[in-house]
Design a protein around this ligand. Sequence first.
Ligand SMILES: [Zn+2]
Length: 107
Amino acid sequence: MKKSMIALSISISMFLIACGNETNNPASTATNSNTMATMTADTAIEKTYDVKILDNKKDPTCGMPVTAGVSDTAHYKNKVIGFCATECKAEFLKNPEANIAAAELIK
Ligand SMILES: [Zn+2]
């Protein structure tokens, strides 16, 4: 009985330590609230994306080629759309249906 209580308190304190680390992580505060931004694994480092993971040739909002640099992405109909800026993504998501053609999808 006593042993299990000790084990329990240890696991609780470990849980609390884990939580403390989580809130101290600057990357967790920078997480985009938009669930369509799924590149969470990359949030700890500077947000840059490999063009190879993208399904579009151009930022559909401003027409800039994705090879010039992508700072945010969105998922749309199983496609990964890259954007030069979060603002461009937000603009696209207001009406993706009307803007998707401008993205010049590869696949
Ligand atoms: Zn743009």
